[in-house]
Ligand binder design. Structure first.
Ligand SMILES: NC(=O)c1ccc[n+]([C@@H]2O[C@H](COP(=O)([O-])OP(=O)(O)OC[C@H]3O[C@@H](n4cnc5c(N)ncnc54)[C@H](O)[C@@H]3O)[C@@H](O)[C@H]2O)c1
Length: 315
């Protein structure tokens, strides 16, 4: 076996632009919906009291992927990132490893990208402004991807004002209060999910919500009343119903499977999206391995075409 290319954090971001990430992630949802791409359930390995590891496999377009990634909520206090890990991309026809990639960059790109894909499918017609509640790593990439998708104005809010101001300055948006964020057409909640940041009284007609922070058991960013009052969409029902924003409302008996539409079905045109201009739509993102495959496949292509350089290792 030859030398295995390794793309570090910055190389992944050099290889795949926000605009390409959005296109690739959109396409991944369509391919998964059609059955061309497959994805077994994500496996959680708890590491109490620190956090958890997740093993996330997917296969499609001649490639197979495993992401070995973490969520360690206490890490920022120790000067470490919440999310770290490695993506291994292999040839699906013979099993040969093709590339290793930094999971942090892949995750950030694909998470930001899905915010733009969901907004494109579910926000009301003519939506132009985006709000970000929680301007950490994934809030920042949601904002960057929405900006790349044409959201020219936006409001960033974070209890760490410097984080909101830096993100707003980068994109030509503004930093503001939570109320200012909630006046935007599209609102992304990207907080740690340890406390409720949205209640039913915060919602107004025509709003689209991307709920990105609650991506595992025990996390929630919206009250169950708020969730139950929205037109509901998710990335994947099994994950969203067990470890997503929808989980609390489902456990309380307020939401059933019939009320929740998969984003892939909306994108494929086989299920309705927004019920009307005055509806409040809520997309529950828990993060899928097909999104990682979309980004890793694009990065492999960029390296093969000489667009980006890689370190190498000999196994
Ligand atoms: N859906 C997905 O696919 C996906 C992918 C990756 C991470 N996540 C989840 O997203 C969440 C955020 O991850 P991250 O890596 O960006 O974390 P992070 O620590 O970098 O950022 C979280 C931000 O939220 C801010 N915050 C905390 N409480 C807030 C509040 N009440 N209002 C507004 N902002 C508040 C913090 O100050 C911080 O800036 C985590 O729960 C993580 O597990 C989801």
């Amino acid at each position: 076996m030859g030398k295995l290319p390794v793309l570090g954090h910055d190389a992944v971001l050099d290889a795949v632009s926000a605009a390409e990430a959005i296109e690739r992630v959109r396409d991944a949802f369509l391919r998964h919906h059609s059955g061309a791409w497959t994805m077994p359930a994500k496996v959680y390995l708890e590491s109490p009291p620190f956090g958890d590891f997740r093993a996330m496999p997917a296969r499609g377009d001649g490639l197979a992927l495993l992401k070995w990634v973490t969520s360690f909520p206490g890490n920022p206090a120790r000067g470490l990132p919440t999310v770290t890990g490695i993506v291994c991309l292999s040839d699906a026809r013979n099993g040969e490893p093709l590339m290793l990639l930094d999971a942090r960059a892949v995750t950030a790109l694909r998470t930001g990208a899905v915010a733009a894909v969901a907004a494109g499918a579910l926000a009301r017609e003519g939506a132009t402004s985006a709000g970000i509640l929680g301007c950490g790593l994934h809030g920042a990439w949601s904002a960057r991807c929405l900006a790349a998708a044409g959201y020219a104005s936006g409001v960033c809010h974070d209890p760490r004002p410097a984080a909101a101001e830096a993100l707003a300055a980068e994109l030509g948006w503004s930093a503001g209060t939570k109320s200012a964020v909630l006046r935007c057409d599209v609102v992304c909640c990207v907080t740690p999910g340890a406390e409720i940041v949205l209640d039913a009284g915060d919602l107004r007609p025509g709003l689209h919500l991307n709920m990105l922070g609650a991506d595992g058991p025990g996390k929630a960013e919206a009250s169950i009343g708020a969730v139950a009052s929205c037109a509901l969409f998710c990335d994947e029902w099994e994950q969203a119903s067990h470890g997503g924003e929808l989980t609390g409302a489902i456990a309380a008996g307020l939401v059933t499977r019939e009320r929740v539409t998969d984003l892939g079905a909306v994108l494929a045109g086989v299920a309705p999206g927004r019920p009307g201009p005055g509806a409040v739509t809520l997309f529950d993102s828990t993060g899928l391995a097909i999104q990682d495959l979309a980004i890793a496949g694009a990065a492999l292509q960029a390296w093969r075409s000489g667009q980006v350089e890689a370190q190498t290792v000999e196994l």
